[in-house]
Design a protein around this ligand. Sequence first.
Ligand SMILES: O=c1[nH]cnc2c(O)cc(-c3ccc(F)cc3)cc12
Ligand SMILES: [Mg+2]
Length: 217
Amino acid sequence: KGTTREQRALKYLKEHARQGDPDSVLETFDEFCRTQEWAMNAAEEKGDILDEIVRELQPTTCLELGTYCGYSAVRIARNLSPSARLITIEVNPDYAAVAREVVKLAGLQDKIEVINLDSADVIRELKTKYDVTKLDLVFLDHWKYLYIRDIKLIEEEKLLKKGSVVFADNVIIPGAPGYLEYIRGSKNYKSTFYSVHFEYMDDMKDGVEKSVYIGDE
Ligand SMILES: O=c1[nH]cnc2c(O)cc(-c3ccc(F)cc3)cc12
Ligand SMILES: [Mg+2]
C-alpha cells in the first residue's frame, strides 16, 4: 500500500472537502470513515457533546491531548471566538504531520497550534513557553493510561480555574478506569458521564466524562 490510513484520509479530504470550510472538512472526514476506512475521531455523538461544551463555555484557551488527524481540533476551533485558541499535542510525528495539513485545509491554522511532543513535557512549559495563564477547556483523547498522569500535572501547574471543563473521551472503550476513579473521587470536580456510541460504530457503546473544576484556583 505504501500509504498509511491517515495519509489516505488526508488525500480524500484534499480531493473532496472545501478548502477553508471546517464544516466541510468534518463532514467529509465522517463520510470517509463511514464509507472507506474507520478512524478514531471523536465524531458523531461525542462531537455533538464537544460542540455543546464549547458553545456554552466559550473558552479562550483550550488544550487537547491527542490530536491524531486533527478532527476534534477542527471541531473545537470552528466554534471558538476570534481571539480564542487551541493548543493540541500529538506525540506521533506522522499523525502530527497529517493533522497540520487538516488544520490548514480547514483554514484554522491561526487558531490551532499542533505540537509534536510528549504531553507531560508541554504541560510543564505551558505557562513559561506557551504563554498560557489558565486553561478553560481540556480535552483528553490520547493514551488512556496517561489521562491520570496528565490531569495531575495540570493541577500541579495550577492551570485550572473554577468553571474549567475537562472532557475525556473513551472512558469505556478502551477505558480509563484509573482516571474515572480519580476524577469522580476528587472534591475539586463535578463530573457527568455520557453514554455514547463508539465513533462510526452504531452497535458499540463508549462513554465520555465531562468534569467541571470547582476546586481552589
Ligand atoms: O488510542 C486512542 N486514542 C484516542 N482515542 C481513541 C479512540 O477514540 C478509540 C480507540 C480504539 C478503541 C478500540 C479499538 F478497537 C481501536 C481503537 C483508541 C483511541
Ligand atoms: Mg478517542
